[in-house]
Unconditional design. Structure first.
Length: 324
């Protein structure tokens, strides 16, 4: 458990409560990491701590980041370090809900590549602070990295009713990376002839997410497009307060990590106000990955319309439903 900063510890506490209520026998260990810890003694995520984390089956994370630490320090040093070092190459984000103005629910999942793209941090700065400052920020795309992510998307589609995979990119402008993605997508698709495919440019996908989300089943995309699109996915699926995610190492050579899409929301931290649903649904994704699918399904059903109330009230309501 990495509760983290802001509302993180409050919402992960409810998630554990619900998992236990579902009758799944879990053992948890708390790791005090995040912005607050960093300000106290300078640790963000040491290699020793990372090695300890490697020994667990799963990591449940609340949220990290505090306004007292400059942007990027905790994000890169903790969250992205875990994604990269634990090789969590798939970021799976399901979206079920009815978009504003539409009359029936959609059900799609975004598979976001999680270890490459602009997130690698390629680039640099020259003549900083002068009028001649130059900043570059590259995007790293490897055949191996793209292919394993695309393959995961097709495998996932096999287990879903529609068996439909959409590639989202910007092949008309990002021609080098886009072409690698496009070729890889078509080559992998050829191995899944029963699966339907589609392609959307990312700007058009933004329109469809809002106006026609029913066209999607499995969406596969690069790290940065996936980051942006999944906030939009949350917004059209009942709000970011419900958006869950799984950072997966499908080869299972180490633990996978589960976290709500939302941030640490420092403005409401410690007030028992945050909706714990996203953390609870992320714990359900964790149970899926650990093979406890029946409990995960019960938790998802119990999260349907849990009403309003405080963090602990909503957690208690959902826990009571799963117990019954
Ligand atoms: C997310 C977050 C992270 C990301 C940030 C906190 C680094 O926005 O998980 O979507 O950009 O991936
Ligand atoms: Mn994001």
């Amino acid at each position: 458990m990495i509760g983290g900063d802001g509302i993180g510890p409050e919402v992960t506490r409810e998630a554990v409560k619900v998992v236990e209520a579902a009758g799944v026998d879990i053992e948890t260990t708390d790791f005090d990491l995040g912005g607050a810890r960093y300000l106290r003694d300078g640790e963000i995520l040491s290699d020793a701590t990372l090695d300890e984390l490697r020994t667990f089956d799963a990591i449940l994370l609340g949220a990290v980041g505090t306004p007292d630490v400059p942007p990027g320090v905790i994000e890169r040093g903790l969250l992205l370090k875990m994604r990269f070092e634990l090789d969590l190459y798939v970021n799976q984000r399901p979206f079920v809900g009815t978009a504003p103005g539409l009359d029936r629910p959609h059900d799609f999942v975004v598979i976001r590549e999680n270890t490459e793209g602009p997130y690698v941090g390629e680039g640099g700065v020259l003549r900083k602070g002068t009028p001649y400052e130059v900043a570059t920020q590259g995007s790293v795309n490897t055949r191996m990295g793209v292919e394993r992510c695309v393959r995961y998307a097709f495998e996932l589609a096999q287990a879903r009713e529609r068996r439909h995979v959409t590639l989202v990119h910007k092949t008309n402008v990002l021609t080098f990376a886009g072409n690698l993605w496009e070729r890889t997508f078509h080559e992998v698709a050829a191995e899944y002839p029963e699966t339907e495919t589609a392609y959307n440019h990312v700007d058009a996908a933004c329109i469809y997410f809002v106006q026609d989300p029913h066209r999607y089943d499995v969406v596969v995309t690069d790290n940065l497009f996936g980051d942006i699109l999944t906030d939009l996915g949350g917004a059209v699926s009942g709000g970011i307060g419900l958006a869950s995610s799984a950072n997966l190492n499908p080869s299972r050579s180490g633990p996978s990590m589960f976290e709500p899409v939302h941030g640490s929301a420092p403005d409401i931290a410690g007030q028992n106000k945050a909706n714990p649903a996203a953390a609870i649904l992320s714990a359900a994704l964790m149970l899926d990955f650990l093979g406890e699918t029946a409990a995960a399904d019960r938790i998802r059903a119990a999260c349907d319309d849990p009403g309003t109330g405080s963090t602990t009230e909503i957690g208690d309501t959902i826990a009571a439903r799963v117990r019954d």
